[in-house]
Design a protein around this ligand. Structure first.
Ligand code: MUC
Ligand code: MG
Length: 372
C-alpha cells in the first residue's frame, strides 16, 4: 500500500547569532527557525525549515504565522494523503493555500526529504542528481563597523572558510558606504570578491549616482539596489552596464522571474527556495533564468542547517552557478542543531551523500532551543 502522511508537527527554535547582523531592513540578534516534521505511515520522517529575516521586516510571513498556518491549514490538508505523489501534493497545496511561500517551502522540503529517504537516495537525485560535490559559499559582513568587518574577513580567509564577501549597505549615506567598501577592498586586496546588498535601501537616482564610484571601489555585483517593485528602474540600471545587477526581493517565484526577464531587469537572479515558494518553484525559476541567459546565485534567508542543505542539494544539480552561493546561515548561529554539523571547508559547503537531506537532528539541542 502507498505510504500516507500521518503526522505534521511544527515548533519554533530561537538560536542567538554570533554577533548582531545589521542590514538596512533589520538588525538580527537571533534567528527563529520553524522546524517542520512530516511522518509517514511507513515510519519515515522528513524535515523542513522556514526562517524569516527580523520577524516581519523582510516580507509578509513571520515564524509565528508560518507555524500557525502549517498547523491550521497545511497539516489537516495533507494528513491522510499519499506521501509519494509529490506533484499531486503540490497541486493540492497550491489550489487550497494562496501565498505563504515560506511555509510551502518548509513543508515541501520535509516531503522531499521523506520521499528521497524512502528511495534511499540523496535529495538532489529528485532534481537529476548532483553535478558538483560542493558549492562555494560567500560570507556577509554586516557588523555595522568597518574595522570589525575587516578583522572578521581576515579571520575567515585565514581559516579558508570564505573568500567571497557580501557587504550589507544602504543604512548609511551612500558616500559613507563607498568609504566603508573601499576600506575593506584595500585591506583584503584585489583577489577577493566583494559584492554589496542594498536591500532596496536606495532611490533610483542614488543608485545611478553611485554605480560608477562603487565599481571604482572594487564592487563586482550589486544586489537589489532599489525598491522591489521598481522594475522599470531595475531595467534602467541594468541597461547602464556599469555593474551587474542582481534581483533578490523582486523575485517571489517563477512569475516574477518571467516578468524580470521579459523587461531585462537584472543580470543575475538570487535564487532562494523560501522566496520562490519551495524547491520545485525555485527549480522552475532557475529554468526561466537559464532560458533568458540570466546568471544564477544561490541565496539564503539566513536559514539554519535544514533549509541551507536543502538549497545546496538543488544548487549542486545546476550546470552553471556563475556567482556561487551565500549558504552560510548556520555559521551565523551560536549553536548547531544537527548531530553532525554541515561540512564547511576550503571555501565551500560539501553536499551530503546520505539519503534525503543527509542530515540528522540533535534532539537535545532541538528541545533546548524550542520556544516554550
Ligand atoms: C538578503 O537580502 O540577501 C542574505 C545574506 C544576508 O546576510 O542577508 C540575507 C538576505
Ligand atoms: Mg539580498
Amino acid at each position: 500500500m502507498d505510504a500516507t502522511i500521518v503526522e505534521v508537527s511544527t515548533r519554533i527554535l530561537d538560536i542567538p547569532t554570533i554577533r548582531p547582523h545589521k542590514m538596512s531592513v533589520a538588525t538580527m540578534n537571533n534567528q527563529s527557525i520553524v522546524l517542520v516534521r512530516v511522518k509517514t505511515s511507513d515510519g519515515i520522517e522528513g524535515i523542513g525549515e522556514a526562517t524569516t529575516i527580523g520577524g516581519l521586516n523582510y516580507g509578509g510571513e513571520s515564524p509565528e504565522s508560518i507555524k500557525t498556518n502549517i498547523d491550521s491549514y497545511f497539516a489537516p490538508l495533507i494528513i491522510g494523503q499519499s506521501a509519494t505523489r509529490l506533484a499531486a501534493l503540490r497541486k493540492l497545496i497550491n489550489k487550497t493555500i494562496k501565498d505563504n511561500r515560506f511555509a510551502k517551502s518548509a513543508v515541501e522540503t520535509a516531503l522531499y526529504d521523506a520521499y528521497a529517504k524512502r528511495l534511499g537516495v540523496p535529495l538532489n537525485a529528485l532534481f537529476g542528481g548532483a553535478i558538483a560535490d560542493e558549492v562555494s559559499v560567500a560570507w556577509t559582513l554586516a557588523s555595522g563597523d568597518t574595522r570589525k568587518d575587516i578583522a572578521e574577513a581576515e579571520q575567515l580567509l585565514e581559516q579558508r572558510r570564505h573568500n567571497i564577501f557580501k557587504l550589507k549597505v544602504g543604512m548609511r549615506a551612500p558616500k559613507d558606504d563607498i568609504k566603508h567598501i573601499a576600506a575593506i577592498r584595500k585591506a583584503l586586496g584585489d583577489d577577493i570578491s566583494i559584492r554589496i546588498d542594498v536591500n532596496q535601501g536606495w532611490s533610483e537616482t542614488q543608485a545611478i549616482q553611485n554605480l560608477r564610484p562603487l565599481a571604482d571601489a572594487g564592487v563586482e555585483l550589486i544586489e537589489q539596489p532599489i525598491h522591489e517593485k521598481n522594475l522599470a528602474g531595475l531595467s534602467r540600471l541594468t541597461a547602464l552596464g556599469i555593474l551587474p545587477i542582481m534581483a533578490d526581493e523582486s523575485l517571489k517565484g517563477p512569475e516574477d522571474g518571467f516578468m524580470l526577464a521579459k523587461h531585462k531587469c537584472a543580470d543575475v537572479y538570487a535564487i532562494k527556495i523560501e522566496q520562490a515558494g519551495g524547491l520545485q518553484n525555485a527549480r522552475d525559476l532557475i529554468g526561466i533564468a537559464q532560458a533568458a541567459d540570466i546568471a544564477l546565485y544561490g541565496g539564503t534567508m539566513l536559514e539554519g542547517s535544514i533549509s541551507t542543505i536543502a538549497s545546496a542539494h538543488l544548487f549542486a544539480t545546476l550546470n552553471k552557478l556563475e556567482w556561487g552561493t551565500e549558504l552560510f546561515g548556520p555559521l551565523l548561529l551560536k549553536d548547531e542543531i544537527l548531530a553532525t554539523p554541515l561540512d564547511y571547508s576550503d571555501f565551500t559547503l560539501k553536499i551530503p551523500t546520505g539519503p534525503g537531506l543527509g542530515i540528522s537532528l540533535d534532539e537535545d539541542k532541538v528541545n533546548f532551543y524550542t520556544r516554550k
